[in-house]
Design a protein. Sequence first.
Length: 128
Amino acid sequence: MQIPNLAFPAQPSAALDMLWAVNLLAVALCTLILFRQRGRGISSDLVDAARLDGCGFWRMYWHVTLPKVMRPALGVIGVLVLAAACDDMLAPLIGGSGGIPALLMAGLLILVPPVIAMLLPVRRHGTG
């Protein structure tokens, strides 16, 4: 049995592709878990009331489940993805500058306000 030749030590583009794949998988799994947990929080009384009102599956999904589950969960996922992207932008600054405190603080001053600006509406409307 032969061990397959891994291309990413010799080719940086292969390592970048692998990094994208791992990040995409992590975001997809986190999103799936968050949506599932939020969906389990919908009371069966709400679903039964929608059925009694004559809602079919798609109408119940569009008018009951979607606003109750997706809107807050997508806000949380958006904040997490934005924070991770800002963290990825700050990582080369930490390694490349040798940890110069003034440069790190300038980077934080630029990267933190968008995360806070996105977090405020999510905190207000995110408790479905």
